[in-house]
Design a protein around this ligand. Structure first.
Ligand code: FAD
Ligand code: NAD
Length: 466
Protein backbone atom coordinates (compact mmCIF):
# COMPACT_ATOMS: atom_id res chain seq x y z
CA UNK A 1 0.00 0.00 0.00
CA UNK A 2 1.47 3.41 -1.03
CA UNK A 3 1.58 6.00 1.70
CA UNK A 4 1.26 9.83 1.40
CA UNK A 5 0.99 12.94 3.51
CA UNK A 6 -2.02 14.06 1.45
CA UNK A 7 -4.27 12.28 -1.04
CA UNK A 8 -6.61 14.48 -3.06
CA UNK A 9 -9.68 13.01 -4.76
CA UNK A 10 -10.51 15.01 -7.92
CA UNK A 11 -8.24 16.85 -10.36
CA UNK A 12 -10.29 20.02 -11.04
CA UNK A 13 -9.39 23.60 -9.95
CA UNK A 14 -9.91 22.57 -6.31
CA UNK A 15 -7.95 19.32 -6.53
CA UNK A 16 -5.14 20.30 -8.88
CA UNK A 17 -4.38 23.55 -7.07
CA UNK A 18 -4.41 21.73 -3.71
CA UNK A 19 -2.02 19.14 -5.14
CA UNK A 20 0.37 21.76 -6.53
CA UNK A 21 0.41 23.75 -3.27
CA UNK A 22 1.02 20.54 -1.29
CA UNK A 23 3.93 19.70 -3.61
CA UNK A 24 5.34 23.21 -3.18
CA UNK A 25 5.20 22.83 0.60
CA UNK A 26 7.19 19.60 0.41
CA UNK A 27 4.30 17.24 1.27
CA UNK A 28 4.19 13.81 -0.35
CA UNK A 29 1.02 14.14 -2.43
CA UNK A 30 -1.11 12.13 -4.84
CA UNK A 31 -4.12 13.37 -6.82
CA UNK A 32 -6.69 10.80 -7.97
CA UNK A 33 -8.62 11.74 -11.12
CA UNK A 34 -11.00 9.43 -12.94
CA UNK A 35 -11.22 11.38 -16.20
CA UNK A 36 -8.72 10.79 -18.99
CA UNK A 37 -7.39 14.32 -18.48
CA UNK A 38 -6.72 16.62 -15.53
CA UNK A 39 -8.43 19.99 -15.03
CA UNK A 40 -11.90 18.87 -13.98
CA UNK A 41 -15.11 20.48 -15.18
CA UNK A 42 -13.40 23.84 -15.62
CA UNK A 43 -10.76 22.89 -18.18
CA UNK A 44 -12.55 20.00 -19.88
CA UNK A 45 -16.23 20.96 -20.14
CA UNK A 46 -16.71 24.28 -18.34
CA UNK A 47 -14.92 27.61 -18.05
CA UNK A 48 -12.36 27.07 -20.79
CA UNK A 49 -14.28 25.50 -23.71
CA UNK A 50 -17.18 27.91 -23.09
CA UNK A 51 -14.81 30.90 -23.25
CA UNK A 52 -13.23 29.52 -26.46
CA UNK A 53 -16.67 29.46 -28.11
CA UNK A 54 -17.68 32.83 -26.65
CA UNK A 55 -14.53 34.40 -28.10
CA UNK A 56 -14.89 32.82 -31.55
CA UNK A 57 -18.64 33.47 -31.80
CA UNK A 58 -18.19 37.11 -30.78
CA UNK A 59 -15.73 37.64 -33.64
CA UNK A 60 -18.03 35.79 -36.06
CA UNK A 61 -20.98 37.99 -35.10
CA UNK A 62 -18.86 41.12 -35.45
CA UNK A 63 -18.05 39.98 -38.98
CA UNK A 64 -21.56 38.96 -40.12
CA UNK A 65 -23.51 41.70 -38.36
CA UNK A 66 -21.74 44.51 -40.23
CA UNK A 67 -19.91 45.66 -37.09
CA UNK A 68 -16.51 45.09 -38.74
CA UNK A 69 -17.76 46.64 -41.99
CA UNK A 70 -18.70 49.77 -40.04
CA UNK A 71 -15.04 50.01 -38.99
CA UNK A 72 -13.98 49.77 -42.62
CA UNK A 73 -13.19 46.05 -42.63
CA UNK A 74 -15.16 44.33 -45.37
CA UNK A 75 -15.36 40.60 -45.94
CA UNK A 76 -17.80 37.80 -46.66
CA UNK A 77 -17.51 35.55 -43.63
CA UNK A 78 -18.78 31.97 -43.57
CA UNK A 79 -19.05 29.77 -40.52
CA UNK A 80 -16.75 26.74 -40.33
CA UNK A 81 -18.23 25.12 -37.22
CA UNK A 82 -15.95 22.02 -37.26
CA UNK A 83 -12.89 24.32 -37.28
CA UNK A 84 -14.37 26.41 -34.43
CA UNK A 85 -14.84 23.23 -32.37
CA UNK A 86 -11.39 21.93 -33.37
CA UNK A 87 -9.55 25.01 -32.14
CA UNK A 88 -11.55 24.88 -28.89
CA UNK A 89 -10.61 21.21 -28.39
CA UNK A 90 -6.95 21.91 -29.20
CA UNK A 91 -6.81 24.72 -26.61
CA UNK A 92 -8.50 22.53 -24.00
CA UNK A 93 -6.05 19.72 -24.67
CA UNK A 94 -3.07 22.09 -24.33
CA UNK A 95 -4.45 23.38 -21.02
CA UNK A 96 -5.06 19.92 -19.53
CA UNK A 97 -1.54 18.84 -20.56
CA UNK A 98 -0.31 22.00 -18.84
CA UNK A 99 -1.63 20.64 -15.53
CA UNK A 100 0.25 17.37 -16.14
CA UNK A 101 3.42 19.44 -16.60
CA UNK A 102 2.73 21.35 -13.35
CA UNK A 103 2.19 18.04 -11.52
CA UNK A 104 5.59 16.79 -12.70
CA UNK A 105 7.20 20.12 -11.78
CA UNK A 106 5.79 20.06 -8.25
CA UNK A 107 6.24 16.31 -7.66
CA UNK A 108 2.53 15.49 -7.56
CA UNK A 109 1.70 11.90 -8.40
CA UNK A 110 -1.37 11.58 -10.64
CA UNK A 111 -3.19 8.36 -9.83
CA UNK A 112 -5.51 7.62 -12.78
CA UNK A 113 -8.80 6.11 -11.64
CA UNK A 114 -11.85 6.61 -9.42
CA UNK A 115 -11.19 7.05 -5.72
CA UNK A 116 -13.33 5.65 -2.93
CA UNK A 117 -12.98 6.35 0.78
CA UNK A 118 -12.22 3.09 2.47
CA UNK A 119 -12.06 4.05 6.14
CA UNK A 120 -10.15 6.82 7.87
CA UNK A 121 -6.85 7.51 6.12
CA UNK A 122 -7.51 4.97 3.36
CA UNK A 123 -8.62 5.39 -0.25
CA UNK A 124 -9.06 2.64 -2.83
CA UNK A 125 -8.75 3.40 -6.52
CA UNK A 126 -10.45 1.57 -9.42
CA UNK A 127 -8.37 1.86 -12.56
CA UNK A 128 -9.61 1.80 -16.17
CA UNK A 129 -8.07 -1.65 -16.80
CA UNK A 130 -10.24 -3.15 -14.04
CA UNK A 131 -7.45 -3.34 -11.47
CA UNK A 132 -7.53 -1.54 -8.14
CA UNK A 133 -5.04 -0.19 -5.64
CA UNK A 134 -5.07 1.09 -2.10
CA UNK A 135 -3.53 4.34 -0.78
CA UNK A 136 -2.88 5.51 2.75
CA UNK A 137 -2.73 9.17 3.80
CA UNK A 138 -2.56 11.33 6.93
CA UNK A 139 -4.96 13.76 5.27
CA UNK A 140 -7.51 13.26 2.48
CA UNK A 141 -9.03 16.15 0.52
CA UNK A 142 -12.37 15.61 -1.24
CA UNK A 143 -12.52 17.79 -4.37
CA UNK A 144 -14.94 15.81 -6.49
CA UNK A 145 -16.80 18.83 -7.90
CA UNK A 146 -20.31 18.97 -9.28
CA UNK A 147 -22.58 17.79 -12.09
CA UNK A 148 -25.62 19.33 -13.85
CA UNK A 149 -28.85 19.26 -11.85
CA UNK A 150 -31.46 17.21 -13.73
CA UNK A 151 -34.98 18.52 -14.35
CA UNK A 152 -37.94 16.24 -13.65
CA UNK A 153 -39.84 15.42 -16.83
CA UNK A 154 -36.95 16.38 -19.11
CA UNK A 155 -34.53 13.49 -19.77
CA UNK A 156 -31.10 14.47 -20.99
CA UNK A 157 -29.94 12.47 -24.02
CA UNK A 158 -27.19 14.88 -25.17
CA UNK A 159 -28.53 14.45 -28.71
CA UNK A 160 -31.55 16.77 -28.63
CA UNK A 161 -31.86 17.53 -24.91
CA UNK A 162 -28.47 18.73 -23.75
CA UNK A 163 -26.58 19.64 -20.64
CA UNK A 164 -23.76 22.19 -20.86
CA UNK A 165 -21.30 19.52 -22.05
CA UNK A 166 -23.60 18.65 -24.97
CA UNK A 167 -24.16 22.32 -25.81
CA UNK A 168 -20.38 22.84 -26.07
CA UNK A 169 -20.04 20.21 -28.77
CA UNK A 170 -23.00 20.50 -31.16
CA UNK A 171 -22.27 19.46 -34.73
CA UNK A 172 -24.73 21.96 -36.23
CA UNK A 173 -26.18 25.36 -35.39
CA UNK A 174 -29.68 24.85 -33.92
CA UNK A 175 -32.50 26.63 -35.75
CA UNK A 176 -34.30 27.13 -32.46
CA UNK A 177 -32.50 26.49 -29.18
CA UNK A 178 -34.60 26.55 -26.02
CA UNK A 179 -32.55 27.16 -22.90
CA UNK A 180 -34.11 26.18 -19.57
CA UNK A 181 -32.67 28.44 -16.85
CA UNK A 182 -31.62 32.09 -17.20
CA UNK A 183 -28.46 31.66 -15.14
CA UNK A 184 -24.81 31.91 -16.09
CA UNK A 185 -24.61 28.81 -18.29
CA UNK A 186 -27.89 29.55 -20.07
CA UNK A 187 -26.92 33.12 -20.92
CA UNK A 188 -23.32 32.34 -21.92
CA UNK A 189 -24.08 29.29 -24.09
CA UNK A 190 -27.33 30.85 -25.33
CA UNK A 191 -25.21 33.80 -26.50
CA UNK A 192 -22.78 31.50 -28.32
CA UNK A 193 -25.49 29.81 -30.38
CA UNK A 194 -27.48 33.00 -30.99
CA UNK A 195 -24.34 34.66 -32.39
CA UNK A 196 -23.80 31.65 -34.65
CA UNK A 197 -27.34 32.00 -36.04
CA UNK A 198 -29.82 30.23 -33.72
CA UNK A 199 -33.10 31.65 -32.57
CA UNK A 200 -32.75 31.37 -28.78
CA UNK A 201 -35.58 31.30 -26.23
CA UNK A 202 -34.68 31.26 -22.55
CA UNK A 203 -37.33 29.83 -20.21
CA UNK A 204 -36.88 30.84 -16.57
CA UNK A 205 -38.96 29.81 -13.56
CA UNK A 206 -38.44 33.07 -11.66
CA UNK A 207 -39.65 36.49 -12.81
CA UNK A 208 -36.06 37.72 -13.33
CA UNK A 209 -32.81 36.50 -14.80
CA UNK A 210 -29.67 35.65 -12.78
CA UNK A 211 -31.08 35.39 -9.26
CA UNK A 212 -28.58 36.77 -6.77
CA UNK A 213 -27.18 39.32 -9.21
CA UNK A 214 -27.73 43.02 -8.33
CA UNK A 215 -31.24 43.64 -9.68
CA UNK A 216 -30.46 46.83 -11.64
CA UNK A 217 -27.52 45.08 -13.30
CA UNK A 218 -29.64 42.01 -14.10
CA UNK A 219 -32.36 44.19 -15.68
CA UNK A 220 -29.78 45.99 -17.82
CA UNK A 221 -28.31 42.66 -18.91
CA UNK A 222 -31.73 41.30 -19.85
CA UNK A 223 -32.54 44.43 -21.84
CA UNK A 224 -29.25 44.22 -23.73
CA UNK A 225 -29.55 40.50 -24.48
CA UNK A 226 -33.16 41.03 -25.64
CA UNK A 227 -31.96 43.76 -28.01
CA UNK A 228 -29.46 41.27 -29.39
CA UNK A 229 -32.37 38.94 -30.20
CA UNK A 230 -32.48 36.56 -27.24
CA UNK A 231 -36.09 35.92 -26.20
CA UNK A 232 -37.06 35.45 -22.55
CA UNK A 233 -40.04 33.64 -21.07
CA UNK A 234 -39.82 34.51 -17.39
CA UNK A 235 -42.10 33.18 -14.64
CA UNK A 236 -42.54 30.01 -16.66
CA UNK A 237 -42.05 26.38 -15.72
CA UNK A 238 -41.24 23.51 -18.03
CA UNK A 239 -43.62 20.65 -17.33
CA UNK A 240 -42.05 18.18 -19.73
CA UNK A 241 -40.09 17.77 -22.95
CA UNK A 242 -40.17 14.93 -25.45
CA UNK A 243 -37.45 14.43 -28.00
CA UNK A 244 -37.78 12.96 -31.48
CA UNK A 245 -35.09 12.53 -34.15
CA UNK A 246 -35.99 16.00 -35.51
CA UNK A 247 -36.51 18.05 -32.39
CA UNK A 248 -38.15 18.54 -29.04
CA UNK A 249 -41.64 19.48 -27.96
CA UNK A 250 -41.84 21.25 -24.61
CA UNK A 251 -44.87 21.91 -22.47
CA UNK A 252 -44.71 25.11 -20.46
CA UNK A 253 -46.95 26.54 -17.79
CA UNK A 254 -46.90 29.90 -16.01
CA UNK A 255 -45.05 29.44 -12.68
CA UNK A 256 -48.10 30.90 -10.91
CA UNK A 257 -50.36 28.35 -12.66
CA UNK A 258 -52.47 28.74 -15.80
CA UNK A 259 -52.85 27.42 -19.31
CA UNK A 260 -50.29 24.97 -20.69
CA UNK A 261 -48.45 26.11 -23.81
CA UNK A 262 -46.42 24.03 -26.30
CA UNK A 263 -43.05 25.16 -27.64
CA UNK A 264 -41.06 23.50 -30.44
CA UNK A 265 -37.29 23.49 -30.55
CA UNK A 266 -34.72 21.50 -32.43
CA UNK A 267 -32.41 21.47 -29.36
CA UNK A 268 -32.93 22.13 -25.64
CA UNK A 269 -30.24 23.08 -23.14
CA UNK A 270 -31.04 22.32 -19.51
CA UNK A 271 -29.07 24.73 -17.30
CA UNK A 272 -30.91 24.98 -13.99
CA UNK A 273 -27.88 24.74 -11.73
CA UNK A 274 -25.32 22.17 -10.64
CA UNK A 275 -25.24 19.78 -7.68
CA UNK A 276 -22.34 18.28 -5.73
CA UNK A 277 -20.87 15.08 -7.15
CA UNK A 278 -20.16 12.31 -4.64
CA UNK A 279 -21.28 9.19 -6.47
CA UNK A 280 -19.30 6.09 -5.53
CA UNK A 281 -17.12 8.10 -3.14
CA UNK A 282 -17.78 5.80 -0.16
CA UNK A 283 -18.87 8.59 2.20
CA UNK A 284 -20.75 5.96 4.20
CA UNK A 285 -17.43 4.18 4.93
CA UNK A 286 -16.18 7.17 6.91
CA UNK A 287 -19.47 8.44 8.35
CA UNK A 288 -19.90 11.66 6.30
CA UNK A 289 -23.52 12.48 5.48
CA UNK A 290 -24.28 15.07 2.77
CA UNK A 291 -26.94 17.69 3.49
CA UNK A 292 -30.35 17.81 1.69
CA UNK A 293 -28.77 19.34 -1.41
CA UNK A 294 -25.97 16.76 -1.46
CA UNK A 295 -23.39 19.28 -0.14
CA UNK A 296 -20.61 18.19 2.17
CA UNK A 297 -20.49 20.47 5.16
CA UNK A 298 -17.20 22.07 6.21
CA UNK A 299 -15.70 24.19 8.97
CA UNK A 300 -12.68 25.95 7.51
CA UNK A 301 -12.47 23.12 4.94
CA UNK A 302 -12.56 20.37 7.59
CA UNK A 303 -15.34 17.78 7.30
CA UNK A 304 -16.92 16.31 10.43
CA UNK A 305 -14.34 13.47 10.24
CA UNK A 306 -10.79 14.29 11.40
CA UNK A 307 -8.25 14.08 8.57
CA UNK A 308 -10.87 14.49 5.81
CA UNK A 309 -11.20 17.88 4.16
CA UNK A 310 -13.65 19.23 1.52
CA UNK A 311 -13.17 22.01 -1.04
CA UNK A 312 -14.69 23.37 -4.26
CA UNK A 313 -18.09 22.74 -5.83
CA UNK A 314 -18.77 19.73 -3.60
CA UNK A 315 -19.16 22.02 -0.60
CA UNK A 316 -20.98 25.27 0.22
CA UNK A 317 -20.34 28.66 -1.43
CA UNK A 318 -20.40 29.80 -5.05
CA UNK A 319 -19.59 27.12 -7.64
CA UNK A 320 -16.68 28.97 -9.20
CA UNK A 321 -13.22 27.82 -10.24
CA UNK A 322 -11.40 30.64 -8.41
CA UNK A 323 -13.36 29.91 -5.19
CA UNK A 324 -12.25 26.27 -5.46
CA UNK A 325 -8.66 27.47 -6.01
CA UNK A 326 -8.77 29.77 -2.95
CA UNK A 327 -10.13 26.97 -0.79
CA UNK A 328 -7.44 24.62 -2.13
CA UNK A 329 -4.66 26.95 -1.00
CA UNK A 330 -6.19 27.62 2.44
CA UNK A 331 -6.95 23.93 3.02
CA UNK A 332 -3.41 22.78 2.21
CA UNK A 333 -1.85 25.58 4.26
CA UNK A 334 -3.95 24.42 7.23
CA UNK A 335 -2.93 20.79 6.66
CA UNK A 336 0.69 21.99 6.70
CA UNK A 337 0.02 23.72 10.03
CA UNK A 338 -0.06 27.29 8.71
CA UNK A 339 -2.69 29.97 9.26
CA UNK A 340 -4.94 30.56 6.22
CA UNK A 341 -8.34 32.05 5.51
CA UNK A 342 -10.68 32.47 2.53
CA UNK A 343 -12.45 35.83 2.41
CA UNK A 344 -15.84 34.78 1.06
CA UNK A 345 -16.90 38.43 0.97
CA UNK A 346 -14.43 39.24 -1.79
CA UNK A 347 -14.99 36.46 -4.32
CA UNK A 348 -15.81 38.03 -7.69
CA UNK A 349 -18.17 36.56 -10.21
CA UNK A 350 -18.33 37.20 -13.95
CA UNK A 351 -20.84 36.46 -16.70
CA UNK A 352 -19.01 36.37 -20.03
CA UNK A 353 -21.81 37.70 -22.22
CA UNK A 354 -21.42 40.82 -24.35
CA UNK A 355 -21.32 43.13 -22.50
CA UNK A 356 -19.74 41.24 -19.62
CA UNK A 357 -21.10 41.44 -16.08
CA UNK A 358 -18.74 41.38 -13.10
CA UNK A 359 -19.50 41.81 -9.44
CA UNK A 360 -17.82 41.60 -6.08
CA UNK A 361 -19.19 42.17 -2.59
CA UNK A 362 -22.75 42.96 -1.60
CA UNK A 363 -25.72 43.92 -3.77
CA UNK A 364 -28.07 46.81 -3.05
CA UNK A 365 -30.75 44.27 -2.13
CA UNK A 366 -28.45 42.65 0.46
CA UNK A 367 -27.52 46.03 1.96
CA UNK A 368 -31.19 46.98 2.23
CA UNK A 369 -32.03 43.63 3.85
CA UNK A 370 -29.18 44.18 6.35
CA UNK A 371 -30.51 47.69 7.08
CA UNK A 372 -27.12 49.14 6.27
CA UNK A 373 -26.88 52.81 5.24
CA UNK A 374 -24.97 53.10 1.96
CA UNK A 375 -24.18 55.51 -0.84
CA UNK A 376 -24.24 54.72 -4.56
CA UNK A 377 -21.78 56.00 -7.15
CA UNK A 378 -22.55 55.23 -10.78
CA UNK A 379 -20.75 55.96 -14.02
CA UNK A 380 -22.00 55.03 -17.51
CA UNK A 381 -19.64 53.67 -20.19
CA UNK A 382 -21.25 56.14 -22.63
CA UNK A 383 -19.14 58.76 -20.84
CA UNK A 384 -15.92 56.72 -20.99
CA UNK A 385 -13.87 57.84 -23.96
CA UNK A 386 -12.21 54.48 -24.67
CA UNK A 387 -15.52 52.58 -24.60
CA UNK A 388 -17.07 55.23 -26.83
CA UNK A 389 -14.29 55.23 -29.41
CA UNK A 390 -14.54 51.41 -29.55
CA UNK A 391 -18.37 51.54 -30.01
CA UNK A 392 -18.92 49.46 -26.85
CA UNK A 393 -20.47 52.05 -24.58
CA UNK A 394 -23.32 49.99 -23.08
CA UNK A 395 -23.46 49.56 -19.33
CA UNK A 396 -22.13 51.15 -16.16
CA UNK A 397 -19.97 50.81 -13.08
CA UNK A 398 -21.84 50.97 -9.78
CA UNK A 399 -20.00 51.34 -6.48
CA UNK A 400 -21.75 50.86 -3.15
CA UNK A 401 -20.00 52.36 -0.13
CA UNK A 402 -20.84 52.60 3.57
CA UNK A 403 -22.56 55.93 4.19
CA UNK A 404 -20.58 56.65 7.37
CA UNK A 405 -17.13 55.14 6.79
CA UNK A 406 -17.03 55.27 2.96
CA UNK A 407 -15.74 51.66 2.91
CA UNK A 408 -16.50 49.95 -0.41
CA UNK A 409 -19.09 47.23 0.17
CA UNK A 410 -20.02 46.07 -3.31
CA UNK A 411 -19.25 46.79 -6.96
CA UNK A 412 -21.34 45.84 -9.98
CA UNK A 413 -20.10 46.36 -13.50
CA UNK A 414 -21.85 45.70 -16.78
CA UNK A 415 -19.77 46.72 -19.74
CA UNK A 416 -16.69 46.04 -21.87
CA UNK A 417 -13.98 43.91 -20.20
CA UNK A 418 -15.94 43.97 -16.92
CA UNK A 419 -14.34 40.65 -15.97
CA UNK A 420 -10.86 42.17 -16.16
CA UNK A 421 -11.89 45.47 -14.55
CA UNK A 422 -13.38 43.90 -11.42
CA UNK A 423 -9.90 42.81 -10.25
CA UNK A 424 -9.14 46.35 -9.11
CA UNK A 425 -12.17 46.36 -6.82
CA UNK A 426 -11.31 42.86 -5.48
CA UNK A 427 -8.03 44.39 -4.29
CA UNK A 428 -9.96 47.38 -2.93
CA UNK A 429 -12.31 45.14 -0.92
CA UNK A 430 -9.44 43.01 0.44
CA UNK A 431 -7.65 46.18 1.62
CA UNK A 432 -10.90 47.65 3.05
CA UNK A 433 -10.47 50.64 0.73
CA UNK A 434 -12.83 53.60 0.77
CA UNK A 435 -14.47 55.03 -2.36
CA UNK A 436 -12.30 58.08 -1.84
CA UNK A 437 -9.15 55.92 -2.05
CA UNK A 438 -10.12 54.79 -5.56
CA UNK A 439 -11.26 58.28 -6.55
CA UNK A 440 -7.81 59.66 -5.71
CA UNK A 441 -5.78 56.99 -7.55
CA UNK A 442 -4.38 57.86 -10.98
CA UNK A 443 -5.78 55.59 -13.72
CA UNK A 444 -4.35 55.37 -17.26
CA UNK A 445 -6.03 57.29 -20.09
CA UNK A 446 -7.67 56.26 -22.33
CA UNK A 447 -8.84 53.07 -20.67
CA UNK A 448 -12.11 51.63 -19.50
CA UNK A 449 -10.56 51.58 -16.01
CA UNK A 450 -11.18 55.33 -15.81
CA UNK A 451 -14.87 54.44 -15.39
CA UNK A 452 -13.92 52.66 -12.14
CA UNK A 453 -12.42 55.86 -10.78
CA UNK A 454 -15.27 58.06 -12.00
CA UNK A 455 -17.83 55.76 -10.31
CA UNK A 456 -15.87 56.09 -7.05
CA UNK A 457 -15.87 59.90 -7.46
CA UNK A 458 -19.60 59.70 -8.05
CA UNK A 459 -20.09 58.19 -4.56
CA UNK A 460 -19.22 61.70 -3.28
CA UNK A 461 -21.02 63.49 -6.09
CA UNK A 462 -17.97 64.73 -8.00
CA UNK A 463 -17.75 62.43 -11.06
CA UNK A 464 -16.07 64.83 -13.46
CA UNK A 465 -16.83 63.24 -16.81
CA UNK A 466 -20.57 62.65 -16.67
P1 FAD B 1 -14.53 19.98 -10.81
O1 FAD B 1 -13.90 20.95 -11.71
O2 FAD B 1 -15.89 19.49 -11.14
O3 FAD B 1 -13.51 18.77 -10.70
C1 FAD B 1 -13.80 17.62 -9.98
C2 FAD B 1 -13.04 16.46 -10.62
O4 FAD B 1 -13.13 15.35 -9.76
C3 FAD B 1 -13.61 16.01 -11.96
O5 FAD B 1 -12.61 16.01 -12.94
C4 FAD B 1 -14.11 14.59 -11.70
O6 FAD B 1 -13.88 13.70 -12.80
C5 FAD B 1 -13.24 14.18 -10.53
N1 FAD B 1 -13.83 13.16 -9.66
C6 FAD B 1 -15.07 13.16 -9.13
N2 FAD B 1 -15.23 12.08 -8.33
C7 FAD B 1 -14.07 11.40 -8.37
C8 FAD B 1 -13.62 10.22 -7.76
N3 FAD B 1 -14.38 9.51 -6.92
N4 FAD B 1 -12.35 9.79 -8.06
C9 FAD B 1 -11.56 10.48 -8.90
N5 FAD B 1 -11.94 11.62 -9.50
C10 FAD B 1 -13.18 12.07 -9.23
N6 FAD B 1 -16.41 28.86 -13.06
C11 FAD B 1 -15.72 30.02 -13.13
O7 FAD B 1 -15.15 30.45 -12.13
N7 FAD B 1 -15.66 30.74 -14.30
C12 FAD B 1 -16.26 30.32 -15.43
O8 FAD B 1 -16.18 30.98 -16.47
C13 FAD B 1 -16.98 29.10 -15.40
N8 FAD B 1 -17.58 28.63 -16.50
C14 FAD B 1 -18.24 27.43 -16.46
C15 FAD B 1 -18.88 26.98 -17.61
C16 FAD B 1 -19.56 25.79 -17.60
C17 FAD B 1 -20.24 25.31 -18.85
C18 FAD B 1 -19.60 25.01 -16.40
C19 FAD B 1 -20.32 23.68 -16.38
C20 FAD B 1 -18.98 25.45 -15.25
C21 FAD B 1 -18.30 26.68 -15.27
N9 FAD B 1 -17.68 27.18 -14.12
C22 FAD B 1 -17.02 28.38 -14.18
C23 FAD B 1 -17.71 26.46 -12.84
C24 FAD B 1 -16.37 25.70 -12.61
O9 FAD B 1 -16.14 24.82 -13.68
C25 FAD B 1 -16.41 24.95 -11.30
O10 FAD B 1 -16.74 25.82 -10.25
C26 FAD B 1 -15.07 24.32 -10.99
O11 FAD B 1 -14.66 23.44 -12.01
C27 FAD B 1 -15.12 23.58 -9.65
O12 FAD B 1 -13.89 22.98 -9.39
P2 FAD B 1 -13.80 21.64 -8.51
O13 FAD B 1 -12.36 21.27 -8.50
O14 FAD B 1 -14.50 21.83 -7.25
O15 FAD B 1 -14.63 20.54 -9.31
P1 NAD C 1 -27.41 29.08 -12.15
O1 NAD C 1 -27.69 28.78 -10.74
O2 NAD C 1 -26.50 30.18 -12.53
O3 NAD C 1 -28.78 29.39 -12.92
C1 NAD C 1 -29.83 28.48 -12.94
C2 NAD C 1 -31.10 29.19 -13.36
O4 NAD C 1 -32.10 28.22 -13.59
C3 NAD C 1 -31.62 30.14 -12.29
O5 NAD C 1 -31.98 31.37 -12.89
C4 NAD C 1 -32.83 29.41 -11.72
O6 NAD C 1 -33.83 30.27 -11.22
C5 NAD C 1 -33.30 28.68 -12.95
N1 NAD C 1 -34.11 27.49 -12.69
C6 NAD C 1 -33.97 26.60 -11.68
N2 NAD C 1 -34.88 25.63 -11.80
C7 NAD C 1 -35.61 25.91 -12.90
C8 NAD C 1 -36.70 25.27 -13.56
N3 NAD C 1 -37.20 24.12 -13.10
N4 NAD C 1 -37.18 25.83 -14.68
C9 NAD C 1 -36.66 26.99 -15.16
N5 NAD C 1 -35.64 27.64 -14.58
C10 NAD C 1 -35.12 27.10 -13.47
O7 NAD C 1 -26.93 27.67 -12.77
P2 NAD C 1 -26.23 27.33 -14.14
O8 NAD C 1 -26.40 28.42 -15.14
O9 NAD C 1 -26.70 25.95 -14.48
O10 NAD C 1 -24.72 27.26 -13.72
C11 NAD C 1 -24.29 26.31 -12.72
C12 NAD C 1 -23.11 26.83 -11.97
O11 NAD C 1 -21.98 26.90 -12.82
C13 NAD C 1 -23.35 28.22 -11.43
O12 NAD C 1 -23.49 28.11 -10.03
C14 NAD C 1 -22.15 29.02 -11.77
O13 NAD C 1 -21.50 29.43 -10.59
C15 NAD C 1 -21.23 28.06 -12.53
N6 NAD C 1 -20.85 28.74 -13.80
C16 NAD C 1 -20.13 29.89 -13.72
C17 NAD C 1 -19.81 30.57 -14.88
C18 NAD C 1 -19.03 31.84 -14.78
O14 NAD C 1 -18.47 32.09 -13.72
N7 NAD C 1 -18.97 32.66 -15.83
C19 NAD C 1 -20.23 30.09 -16.11
C20 NAD C 1 -20.98 28.94 -16.15
C21 NAD C 1 -21.29 28.25 -14.98
Amino acid sequence: MSSYDVVIIGGGPGGYNAAIRAGQLGLKVACIEGRETLGGTCLNVGCMPSKALLHASELYEAAVSGELASLGIEMQPTLNLPQMMKQKDASVSALTKGIEFLFRKHKVEWIKGWGRLNGQGRVSVSHADGSSSELQAKDIVIATGSEPTPLAGVSLDNRRILDSTGALALAEVPKHLVVIGAGVIGLELGSVWRRLGSEVTVVEYLDRICPGLDTETAKTLQRTLSKQGMAFKLGTKVMGASATAQGVELSLEPAAGGAVEQLQADYVLVAIGRRPYTEGLGLENVGITPDKRGMLDNQQHRSAVPGIWVIGDVTSGPMLAHKAEDEAIACIERIAGHAAEVNYGAIPSVIYTKPEVATVGLTEEQLKADGRAYKVGKFPFTANSRAKINHEAEGFVKVLADERTDQILGVHIIGPSAGELIGEYCVALEFSASAEDIALICHPHPTRSEALRQAAMSVHGWAMQA
